[in-house]
Write a protein that binds this ligand. Structure first.
Ligand code: 13P
Length: 341
């Protein structure tokens, strides 16, 4: 198969009506942080048990077309001995892999950060492909302050995302390009809109410079909303309007799908916002979908609490959350559906 045919097959499998992506790629420090409130120690065994639980949830394939994994998970097995990536691919869920190595401060640019992990990326991707991964994810992070992100910060981060995406495509991996403007801070929705617009412009300029084929990538952006500490909240309708406005200005129609991150939104907020976009602004050039980590997993962690006897209720919690996000893909989610569970 040619590289383009390989990339197209992966995109076709990932971008489907009513389905989206589960981000289960928490690094070791992050998963420890997620386990702590439910009293679970993060060990190789507890991480395997938790992720097996999610991936073996009955009928989860109805709503999930791809799962982003952490490196360790590629080598782990379900209780019956099946490698976890294969547990997914047998259900027509595409396994993917987070390939960035986390962020450090950007030199000479206080308040900006930059992500590491480009060295040896092509070689790593070849190993991951042997383990079943077909797409990759790389996240750059932008904090909003009165002076950040700077133009230097935006340009440097865009360059990283584009170089990563180009390497992925050469190796036959669909890149998920994730520029995350953080929700932290007191900033207004308008400020988030301005920053997100500038960030996405820089990203797509860099993708063009590096000849990234837009048809074979997925964008994973933040939604446009006020900072967590801003005095007033925005409605799903206001968030949908601002987010679609920015995306229409910046994301070429060749991009097949935009899969939002949840970024600290509650599960119900993340679902309601996505549904509002699809309900109020149908017919966009790209699919509008989800690639949620916390917004899909919070209820699962709560229900599980590290106990084997809770596996079934935890799976029901994941199924319910994924199903509601499936409705949001069509713009037909209603808050009353939360009770029907
Ligand atoms: P959240 O949805 O929890 O923001 O996680 C998505 C993700 O993959 C962050 O890189």
């Amino acid at each position: 198969m040619s590289v383009k045919a390989e990339l197209q097959a992966t995109i076709t499998a990932m971008v489907q009506p009513g389905r989206g992506i589960l981000a289960a790629d928490e690094s070791l420090p992050t998963i420890a942080k997620r386990f702590k409130p439910i009293g679970v120690e993060s060990t190789e065994a507890s991480r395997r048990a938790y992720r097996s639980l999610m991936f073996t949830t009955p009928e989860i394939d109805k709503y999930i077309s791809g799962v982003i994994l952490f490196e360790e998970t590629l080598e782990q097995r379900a209780d019956d001995g099946t490698p976890l990536p294969e547990v997914l691919s047998r259900q027509n869920i595409v396994p993917g892999i987070k390939v960035d190595k986390g962020k450090i401060p950007l030199a000479h640019s206080p308040g900006d950060e930059i992500t590491q992990g480009l060295d040896g990326l092509a070689e790593r991707l070849r190993v991951y492909k042997g383990q079943g991964a077909r797409f990759a994810k790389w996240r750059e992070v932008y904090a909003i302050s009165t002076v950040n992100p700077t133009q230097l910060g935006m340009d440097a981060n865009a360059e990283m995302l584009a170089r990563y995406a180009a390497v992925c495509q050469e190796e036959g991996f669909v890149p998920i390009v994730e520029p995350e403007v953080l929700i932290d801070g007191e900033h207004s929705l308008v400020r988030c809109l301005e920053v997100t617009e500038a960030v996405l412009h820089a990203v797509f300029q860099a993708l063009y410079r590096h000849k990234v084929m837009l048809e074979y990538m997925i964008l994973k952006p933040n939604m446009v909303l006020p900072g967590k500490l801003h005095p007033s909240k925005a409605t799903p309708e206001q968030i949908a309007e601002a987010t679609i406005k920015v995306l229409r200005r910046t994301v070429p129609a060749a991009v097949p799908s935009i899969n939002f991150l949840s970024g600290g939104l509650s599960p119900t907020e993340a679902t309601a916002n996505l549904s509002a976009m699809n309900a109020l602004f149908p017919g966009q050039p790209w699919a509008l979908s989800f690639s949620y980590g916390r917004a899909l997993q919070e209820p699962v962690l709560q229900a599980w609490s590290g106990r084997a006897e809770n596996v079934l209720v935890a799976q029901q919690a994941l199924h319910q959350r994924a199903k509601l996000n499936g409705f949001a893909r069509y713009g037909t989610y209603q808050p009353e559906m939360e009770k029907a569970g």
